[in-house]
Design a protein around this ligand. Structure first.
Ligand code: JFZ
Length: 457
């Protein structure tokens, strides 16, 4: 295929092998937190109800709904005067994330409303002007870092209430000057974040889809270069910038723009091949679409612990990280439903975490029973669909040099017999190994079978 000449393509080689990127690859499970003044409305405000679909709770300012008063945006832009989260305790959040099994977290420093949760020098619309006053980003970075959880900062370029922000590419000299101001402001804030919080491992960018930003490819290319030079090892996803043809995430020659693919949002890749060997993360809401606090979960399908564990294993079985979002309320408390999920996921991870952390795609034919993960000579099968005959049948390509030799259940470490059965489809391609589950074995949730691989007998 014909390759285009690209000046503003990737700045780093694909699949970096430095220790920061290796750490990213081994996280498995992460936590996202969306917090800001939108937590005060919590999706129900002044007769307006944002309940997913197009109306994500953190979009309430822009979505406004049919019942909003005329001065809606100014009401919203004054909410910070009430932002005084009395129960906020970053250490409690970090402890919860740790108990859930999260190895990294992503925190919203500034969402599309433009309100900065750190004491930025570059706008007054920041936390110091709220009754709370203190640096929330610092509290979060310090608390999570102390728990051994790596921190990434979410940063929305898009700002709804900034007069220098442009959606369409600026045309006139005056517009261009204004937008240049905005670009410098963005650069200043990012450099400031790196100065203030040198412990962070990366940025999770958002709000980079507007034409003005897309046209600023030379600026964004240089900015990425500058950020990387200032903070060696920094990890940046593919949602930061585009090439000079306006191609986002991947350049016009299909090369990843950034260190990992950042497009798996509330969806999962169905086939490993779709990922093209790239690193990636999947970010997931508990309600259908709502990242900020949602007061009222009634009438919505909120994902269950089993749903989330399934997506977690789907992700890690394909070399991705799974990042579960939390939207704390205006006081700094997690939603009670989030507390339950965090606890149940954590209990499961206590037993089965070794099938999640530091594992890779196993390269075996997919199984209807669940998901394979692999670490060196150890193979894991996380079973979500327990077979009625209690036989867990593993398909291995005939030419495979390693096959399951021993097996055990992670939940009780009980050894299970592995038998070469050769019952199954595709006998020209695959051979089969059967693991017999104890007849009385019951499990409330998915369970993991851990196998040692060895030469076929
Ligand atoms: C963005 C935000 O608008 C949203 O509020 C939230 O912060 C989320 C994490 O990111 O929403 C998006 C952005 C990109 C896609 C979908 C939702 N996308 O590429 O499919």
């Amino acid at each position: 295929t014909e390759q285009k000449e690209i000046k503003y393509g990737p700045l780093v080689a694909a699949n970096r092998t430095d220790e920061n990127m290796e750490a990213f690859r081994n996280y498995g499970l992460g936590q996202f937190i969306h917090w800001g003044v939108y937590a005060i409305p919590g999706n129900e405000w002044e007769g307006v109800s944002a309940r997913g679909g197009a109306a994500a709770s953190e979009w309430i300012r822009s979505w406004r709904g049919p019942n909003a008063p005329n001065d809606w945006t100014s009401i919203y832009d004054n909410l910070y005067k009430q932002f005084n989260p009395k129960s906020f305790d970053a250490k409690r959040w970090a402890k919860q994330a740790k108990d859930m099994g999260a190895k990294y977290m992503i925190f919203t420093t500034k969402h599309h409303d433009g309100f900065a949760l750190w004491p930025t020098k570059y706008t007054d619309y920041n936390i110091t002007k709220s009754p709370y006053k203190k640096d929330i980003v610092k509290e979060v970075v310090d608390a999570y870092t102390a728990e051994g959880i790596d921190v990434y900062l979410y940063f929305s370029v898009l700002e709804w209430n900034n007069p220098d922000y442009f959606y369409k590419a600026p045309q006139t000299t005056e517009e261009k000057e204004k937008y240049n101001q905005f670009l410098q402001y963005t650069r200043n804030q990012l450099l400031e974040l790196l100065d203030n919080y040198p412990q962070i491992k990366g940025f999770w960018f958002d709000g980079t889809w507007d034409q003005a930003w897309i046209q600023a490819y030379e600026f964004t290319y240089n900015l990425e270069k500058e950020l990387r030079a200032k903070h060696p090892g920094l990890i940046i996803g593919s949602r930061f910038r585009n090439d000079e043809y306006g191609k986002r995430h991947f350049d016009s020659n299909g090369r990843l723009l950034g260190d990992y693919e950042q497009g798996w949002e509330r969806k999962m890749p169905q086939d490993f091949e779709w990922l093209d060997g790239n690193d990636w993360d999947a970010v997931m809401t508990i309600p259908p679409n709502g990242w900020g606090y949602m007061k009222d979960w009634s009438g919505l399908y909120t994902k269950t612990t089993d749903d989330l564990l399934d997506m977690l294993m789907h992700s890690v079985s394909m070399n991705g990280n799974f990042v579960l979002n939390f939207g704390p309320d205006g006081q700094g408390n997690m939603h009670p439903g989030e507390d339950v999920l965090a606890k149940e996921i954590g209990e499961w991870m206590q037993v089965n975490g070794e099938a999640v952390y530091g594992v890779r795609h196993a390269g075996l034919p997919t199984s209807k029973l669940g998901y394979y993960t692999k670490k060196d000579q150890t193979l894991y099968l996380t079973v979500f669909n327990k077979p009625v005959n209690n036989i867990v049948r593993i398909a291995v390509p005939k030419k495979a040099e390693e096959v399951p030799v021993t097996a055990q259940l992670l939940v009780n470490k009980k050894a299970l017999e592995v038998k070469h059965s050769d019952i199954g489809l595709d006998l020209d391609k695959n051979t089969y190994y059967d693991i017999q589950l104890p007849a009385d074995f019951k499990s409330e949730r998915a369970f993991v079978i851990k196998m040692q691989l060895g030469a076929p007998k």
